[in-house]
Ligand binder design. Structure first.
Ligand SMILES: *Cc1c(COP(=O)(O)O)cnc(C)c1O
Length: 477
């Protein structure tokens, strides 16, 4: 191919792509949050027959942008309050583009020297921001799901290693049976991580919660003391998905450690409360756990896919993930390795080839600083309370969970007492209206509408518009 031709093409293509992305994002304030196209319409647009011959890349990108946009759920909007999603901070978006341009395979230092070092620093920064132990190891995974899988693999390694069983070399069959103790309100990704690791769903027991919705520590103690020699993993929640509630970490960690259990904290979004002096008390004692999961793609507002796992026992982490069999790891235990040795991410991550997803994390932290991240966390928490409170004040609306941090629950009451049958159509109406987006979920046997504010762009004006949209939906649904 002609060289000048290539350069011009690249210039045009990247300029065009930047302007398409800019056009899309520039409408975050005024465009509808809900997608306009249905499933059959989307299939109709995209399912052409397999192209036999190619065409110009510019034309491809223009067509995809044009055709896809009406089918994009605008989670980047400040009025998107569904699930726990978050937007993309500008520095994160730009850094993510650079990661694509560099196309490093961030598996080994030798394949991507600069990104290996950037990820190393990003990991240190995340630990500092969240108040986690400096000596802990870190990996950037695809999300909290694989962060759990990584942490629980380390837990499995550690618990069985302490009982003379090498989980990575011997098979699990015949090993001491690990049990997993949870509140019962854990995220479903915990269950899947357990399944992937061969624990099986049957090894998970729910301890239940006390009157305040917190993990029942008396139940934890009695379960552990009834079978004290069994290897156990205790899962604690930092930010429950419906209520944003936090486990009693200090007490739960003390009990669990008395019995030699491994404590894992799912703080996919909730661990970020630790950046705020106002909310930090909710995480009291969380630093005593053995492993922690969080997401950068939620509250830090980094694009998908971006999870983080932090593990206190570097040996267990490395032994569970290193591609060298664990029986060889002892000869090159990271504790023995030179402290200035380069970081090969493959030794800490479940993936082999991988994207340098720690780079957008580094860029976002650098762009916002601790102060900017704290401002996002505190603002979104304040907005969540305002949103939940004002929706709760609307006629027939009921505030069920006033946000502890950024998550809350409301529902809509019906005169005939069938509140579920009223709540669902109001949510549908809101979604089809498109001014703001909320999702429905089941909570304590009730159909409810969940409120999550995690987008760095959400403002008071977004909240006012959203409350107006809910009032309107209540009138017309
Ligand atoms: C989102 C979430 C998960 C799953 O995280 P992914 O990044 O989607 O894998 C797990 N736990 C909690 C509490 C969550 O909010």
């Amino acid at each position: 191919m002609d060289e000048t031709m290539r350069t011009t093409d690249l210039d045009h293509l990247l300029g065009l792509t930047a302007s398409l992305a800019n056009d899309f994002l520039a409408h975050n304030d005024d465009a509808e949050v809900s997608p306009a196209l249905s499933l059959p319409e989307l299939r109709d647009r995209f399912s052409t027959s397999l192209p036999e011959s190619g065409c110009n890349s510019q034309e491809v990108i223009e067509t995809i942008a044009r055709e896809a946009e009406p089918g994009v759920l605008r989670t980047t909007s400040g009025r998107f309050f569904g699930w726990v999603i978050g937007g993309s901070h500008l520095a994160a978006l730009a850094a993510d583009w650079m990661v694509t341009a560099w196309d490093q395979n961030a598996a080994l230092y030798s394949c991507g020297p600069a990104v290996s070092v950037i990820e190393e620093v990003a990991g240190e920064w995340v630990k500092q921001l969240l108040g986690l132990p400096r000596e802990a190891s870190v990996a950037f995974t695809s999300g909290a799901q694989m962060a759990h899988a990584t942490a629980l693999a380390a837990a499995r390694n550690n618990l069985l290693h302490n009982r003379g069983w090498d989980a990575e070399y011997d098979r699990l069959a015949g090993s001491p049976q690990i049990r997993v103790l949870c509140s019962g309100e854990q995220h479903a990704s915990i269950e899947r991580a357990c399944r992937l690791l061969g624990f099986g769903t049957a090894s998970i027991s729910a301890l239940g919660t006390d009157d305040h919705g917190l993990l029942d520590t008396a139940a934890l103690e009695s379960r552990l003391s009834a079978d004290p020699s069994r290897p156990s993993i205790v899962i604690l929640q930092a930010g429950e998905i419906n209520t944003g509630s936090f486990a009693p970490f200090r007490e739960a960690c003390r009990i669990a450690h008395d019995y030699g259990a491994w404590v894992h904290i799912d703080g996919a979004f909730g661990l970020w409360a630790g950046v705020s002096p106002h909310f930090r008390h909710l995480l009291d004692g969380a630093t005593n756990a053995d492993s922690w999961t969080t997401d950068a793609h939620k509250w830090l507002n980094v694009p998908f896919d971006n999870g983080v796992v932090v593990i206190r026992d570097r040996r267990a982490h490395r032994a569970a993930m290193s591609i060298r069999a664990s029986y060889l790891v002892h000869s090159e235990d990271p504790a023995d390795a030179a402290p200035d040795a380069a970081r090969d991410q493959i030794d800490w991550n479940p993936e082999w080839s991988r994207r340098a997803r720690g780079v957008p994390v580094y860029a976002t932290i650098r762009a916002l600083g601790r102060v900017g991240i704290t401002e996002i966390v505190e603002r979104t928490c304040r907005l969540a309370r305002r949103l939940a409170g004002e929706i709760g004040d609307l006629p027939s609306a009921e505030l069920l969970v006033d946000p502890v941090i950024n998550q809350g629950l409301v529902r809509f009451r019906s005169q005939d007492g069938h509140h579920d049958a009223r709540t669902e159509p109001v949510i549908d109406r809101l979604q089809s209206d498109g001014t703001a987006w909320f999702g429905g979920t089941d909570w304590q046997g009730k159909r409810v509408m969940r409120i999550s504010v995690v987008n760095w762009q959400s403002t008071d004006d977004d909240i006012s518009q959203a409350v107006g949209a809910v009032a309107d939906a209540l009138e017309h649904a």
